[in-house]
Write a protein that binds this ligand. Structure first.
Ligand code: ADP
Ligand code: ZN
Length: 719
């Protein structure tokens, strides 16, 4: 039989079935050279291998076989992203201890004997266990609930008053109750919820774009779809773009369904991941809340995938397997006969275009829930403001913050730049400190007391001497980062409580969550934050948002620059005025007449999308044309350019489908981690069979040992 392994080989391997045979899709351990590797039975063997030499499967693992739809999903996703199957299989088997036997542990519950001698401590233990009926707990749980030492429990075991048993360590997730805590929905919301329920009941595939301003109740509405999915006995997955959001979300799930869901993301412990993977596979996890990799869990009966904040760029995985979780969610649902809900206040142009084309259904929630209304938006024209050098808060913005302070309301100052200052410049010679391994400037992080490269993460201490001209004490910080804004704001408002919110300031996701919760409940007057705060956090006391540099995202040549700025500005502005006090958003800009800035201020989304769509159509770029990025990288600069030139020359397979190659050109960041980078860009018409042509094209070349080629279908970033 043919086994697909996670090893980087381009074919299935032939093995003899173990005694008693094994299922298609079974997880197996097979010998490969001197090693034992993980694999999945993928089909019949090719039979082109000397039978006498064929080795046997070592053992079949104690987990449910991979379902056919999962194998189809991995295959189709591999074809779409041009990823080798072994790499795809690795995504589908990222469970710690997959090969281990079910691990067991001791659990305790009420026994049938009564101890001759009763003590207070013993009475407490038995009381607790009696309260929970027949349920069992671990030793430390029992001891903790009863408030006694573990020896008391052990003593009762000897007497037969408490029974001790072995039970699998991985336990099912508690049952969620779809009818536990539903809210009374507004007319809009109720109509949206009903449409989603109806779609689910169709039992087939479909995608719905659920659009509504921040605070309009999208989450409430899609939780109703989750409820319906649970009632139907199918599993639901909710993808979130940011694990920092999961805490707040988990609480909402608990309030709605009475119990917490399963979680799957990088902040979850190994033990919990193992449990999640197994329980999802055996249908003992009904709702999974997770990051993009949760798409690759072994669902038994997946009925619904919600992609919250569907426009978020973090859904695109930018290293390893390059895939967009939003698009893969649609693929997975199509294979599983499941529904997809894409929720966003500012959908991607891709989804907007799919609605226009009739592929997706669109639901719209128009008003904010309750009293809250969208904030008033206005520009601050920085050309006429009097802003001293080395500071960035205009007098107008300062006045607005002062007013909020007086009223006891929160303000948010938004600047999408981590660290203290983006540039460290020598005043003597003009040298800017750069990374040794990348063509990028080092960013000063004063909080860490180091310089950091945002490309490769390399840090070094802040020198006192210029590395170029050796002048002493002439290095100075140029430009603002959030840490520097923190200083400026503290000087302007010495009595205010100020918090700087940036992902790099926390040792752990947990610490960040805790801080965000503290801020939300009023522990801060002025929040200074990066992109992190734009993503769905609920700050009910916030009534003012000040954007330091609304023009920042408009620079650069990214085809999505306008779209991203539009989305980000609306998202940030949407943070203000969620309670019953209306909010205000002020955008500092040097180009208030810019079309994108005007569209943001006017809030006229449909015309923004239409204009943007027209431009993309005219240029033949996504979503109206297809693109693929090819990134060649190597420590050897000559080799990358040589191969790039050869690829551009031998473009026949691409020309056959009418596609064009651009480049090779040095990537905007021409060196990362010591590797030189060259990009090529392939453009094709929407209907062209791009993947096949790319595979044929790329297959023509032999890569030198140290050269890596990455093919990025539908690239989102072009650095
Ligand atoms: P969105 O996901 O669109 O940002 P949410 O679903 O988070 O909006 O709703 C914003 C706030 O309003 C939340 O605190 C939510 O609990 C509350 N809310 C929304 N709809 C209702 C409702 N029908 N009844 C009670 N509270 C609601
Ligand atoms: Zn670097």
């Amino acid at each position: 039989m043919g086994v697909l392994t996670t090893q980087p080989l381009d074919r299935l391997l032939d093995y003899k079935a173990p005694e008693g045979g094994c299922h298609l899709g079974a997880f197996v351990e097979v010998p490969l050279g001197p090693r034992k590797v993980l694999g999945v039975v993928w089909g019949p063997g090719k039979g082109d291998y000397d039978l006498a030499k064929i080795r046997s499967v070592i053992r079949v693992l104690d987990v449910a076989p991979m379902r056919e739809e999962m194998r189809a999903f991995l295959t189709r996703a591999a074809e779409y992203t041009l990823t080798p199957m072994p790499a795809m299989l690795r995504l589908g088997t990222r469970a710690p201890g997959l090969g281990d036997a079910q691990s067991m542990r001791k659990v305790y519950r009420l026994g049938d004997q009564t101890p001759d001698r009763m003590t207070g401590a013993r009475e407490k233990v038995l009381g607790v266990l009696r309260d929970y009926g027949g349920l069992s707990f671990t030793l430390s749980e029992v001891a903790e609930m009863a408030g006694v030492g573990t020896s008391v429990v052990k003593g009762l075991v000897k007497l037969g008053a408490v029974s001790e048993e072995e039970a699998p360590r991985d336990t099912p997730y508690p049952q969620l109750d779809p009818d536990y805590g539903g809210k009374d929905l507004s007319v809009d919301q109720a109509a949206g919820a009903e449409a989603l329920r109806a779609a689910l009941r169709s039992d087939g595939y479909g995608t719905t774009l659920l659009k509504g301003v921040t605070g309009s109740g999208k989450t409430e509405v899609y939780l109703e779809a989750v409820a319906e999915c649970l009632r139907m006995g199918r599993q639901a997955l909710v993808l979130l773009p940011e694990i920092a959001l999961s805490g707040e979300f988990i609480n909402r799930v608990e309030a709605r369904f009475g119990m917490k869901p399963a979680e799957w993301h990088s902040g979850v412990t190994m033990t919990e991941r193992r449990r999640c993977w197994r329980m999802v596979g055996q249908g003992d996890a009904q709702l999974i809340v997770g990051a993009r990799s949760a798409l690759f869990l072994p669902y038994q009966n997946l009925g619904l995938i919600v992609v919250d904040e569907e426009h978020d760029t973090s859904y695109k995985q930018e290293d390893g397997v390059l895939y967009n979780a939003r698009d893969m969610a649609v693929l997975r649902a199509a294979i599983n006969g499941a529904q997809v809900v894409l929720a966003s206040a500012t959908p991607s142009l891709e989804s907007w275009a799919n609605v226009e084309a009739g592929k997706y259904q669109r639901l719209e929630l128009t008003a904010r829930f309750g009293a809250a209304v969208m904030p008033k938006m206005a520009a601050i024209d920085m050309r006429v403001e009097d802003v001293p050098g080395g500071t960035w808060v205009s007098p107008t913005l300062r006045g607005a913050i002062q007013q909020r302070l007086e009223k006891g309301e929160q303000s948010l100052i938004f600047l999408n730049r981590r660290g203290y200052a983006p540039i460290t410049l020598c005043r003597a010679c003009g040298h800017q400190i750069g990374c040794d391994h990348c063509d990028a400037r080092m960013v000063e992080h004063r909080f860490l007391k180091r310089l950091m490269c945002h490309q490769c993460g390399e840090t070094k201490p802040m020198p006192t001497q210029c590395p170029s001209c050796e002048a002493e004490d002439r290095l100075s910080a140029v430009g603002p980062g959030v840490e520097r804004m923190g200083e400026e704001v503290a000087a302007l408002f010495p009595d205010a409580r100020i918090a700087v919110l940036s992902s790099d300031l926390y040792g752990s996701a947990r610490a960040m969550k805790a801080h965000i919760e503290e801020i939300a409940t009023g522990g801060t007057d002025i929040i200074i934050g990066t992109q992190l705060v734009a993503k769905g956090h609920n700050f009910p006391l916030l009534t003012l948002v000040g954007v330091i540099d609304a023009d920042l995202g408009l620079q650069g040549s990214d085809l999505r620059a306008a779209e991203r700025t539009f989305q980000l500005m609306r998202q940030v502005a949407g943070r203000a005025g969620r309670g019953d006090t209306p909010g205000q958003a002020l955008l500092q800009t040097y180009q208030p007449e810019h079309a994108v800035i005007r569209a943001i201020l006017a809030g006229d989304e449909e015309s923004f999308w239409k204009a943007e769509a027209e431009e993309r159509k005219a240029a033949g770029v996504p979503p109206y044309g297809r693109m693929a990025g090819i990134i060649l990288s190597s420590p050897n600069v000559q080799e990358v350019f040589d191969l790039g030139a050869e690829m551009a020359r031998m473009d026949a397979p691409l020309r056959q489908i009418g596609a064009q190659v651009f480049g090779p050109a040095p990537a905007p960041i021409a060196r990362v981690r010591g590797r030189h980078r060259v990009r090529l860009l392939v453009k094709a018409e929407k209907s062209a069979p791009l993947q096949q042509a790319l595979a044929k094209w790329a297959g023509q070349f032999r890569l030198p040992a140290n050269l890596r080629m990455a093919i990025d279908i539908d690239p989102q970033s072009f650095y």
